[in-house]
Design a binder for this molecule. Structure first.
Ligand code: NDP
Ligand code: A1CAB
Length: 263
């Protein structure tokens, strides 16, 4: 199977790197084109993939992945619409853009929509997946496998893509901020930043494992940490008084609102 990439940005790089690290993919089956040619040359050198100097050079690929920004999709439609063969699968990572819009823009039926996240760089993306009903199970599996190379894949109804995009696509940025805030608070108390970041990130990783593995409600876990008359309850109460939960709800709503604008 041949895989063509249009747009070699942060996400494309993470996923191509992951595909190659998984050792299920031969670099010579990955064809890559980018608007600015420096990236094509860099990808050729770093990953041994096949660089393309025009989009036409990858139009025979079985799977074509669009790694451009949502606002850049119209230009890609103009470049490839009308040149796709009926059996080719087109995968879009673009926030907001629906399968129906992609089908219309490309005049093509076999469309998948994915929402990975930047943790793909370390093989830990949580990727949302939806596909047009015309795709066979084998076609869906071929696309899922690319993203399974960089983490887990969850098939979700397309109507939930905006919510998924907020709590899985964008939320790594929120979590990085949370980790950094913990670390900075430790710096205020005299700990060095590097040590504080290691500690905070490791505690967040362990807490995520607890939520995933314990089968307990997060609030039950909170109660297990809060000793009676102890220290943690003071911090939890401070967070509640400072609208921690509603601040997160508003951030998620803001992402969803922008996703809907990008449609
Ligand atoms: N970043 C993230 O965490 C996530 C991003 N996404 C989605 O993934 C997509 C890519 O995001 P990201 O990698 O961050 O974006 P980047 O801006 O890093 O990459 C976009 C790339 O597309 C190239 N490009 C633009 N127009 C064209 C064109 N017409 N033909 C060929 N190449 C083109 C750009 O080239 P040039 O070098 O010339 O600018 C650039 O390299 C977006 O749609 C985003 O919504 C999804 C989940 C997470
Ligand atoms: O900020 C964005 O639009 C993209 C989509 C999800 C994460 N990054």
């Amino acid at each position: 199977m041949m895989y063509g990439w249009i747009g070699l940005g942060n996400m494309a790089q993470a996923i191509i790197k992951g595909m190659l690290a998984a050792e299920n993919y031969d670099a010579k089956t990955i064809l890559a084109y980018n608007r600015s040619q420096e990236k094509v040359t860099r990808f050729e050198k770093e990953y041994g993939i096949v660089g393309c100097h025009s989009v036409e050079e990858l139009l025979d690929a079985d799977v074509i992945v669009l790694g451009v920004q949502p606002q850049q999709l119209e230009a890609v439609y103009a470049q490839i619409a009308g040149q796709l063969k009926p059996h080719q699968i087109v995968v879009s990572m673009a926030a907001g853009k629906t399968i129906a819009q992609l089908q219309q823009g490309l005049n093509h039926q076999l469309i998948c929509r994915v929402m990975p996240n930047i943790n793909a760089i370390v093989g830990a993306s949580t990727t949302g997946f939806a596909s047009a009903p015309e795709l066979t199970n084998d076609m869906k599996q071929a696309v899922r496998a690319m993203f399974e190379a960089v983490g887990s894949v969850i098939e979700i109804p397309e109507e939930q893509f905006d919510v998924f995009s907020a709590i899985a696509g964008a939320s790594p940025a929120f979590t990085y901020l949370y980790i950094d805030s913990l670390a900075r608070a430790a710096v205020m108390e005299g700990m060095d930043k590097g040590t504080a970041l290691q500690i905070a990130a490791s505690a967040v990783l362990g807490s995520a494992e607890m939520v995933l593995q314990s089968n307990e409600h997060p609030w039950a876990l909170v109660d297990q940490v809060c000793s009676p008359g102890g220290t943690t309850i003071q911090g939890v109460t401070s967070l509640q008084n400072n609208h921690f939960a509603s601040t997160i709800y508003e951030a998620v709503q803001a992402v969803i609102a922008r996703d809907r604008v990008l449609k």
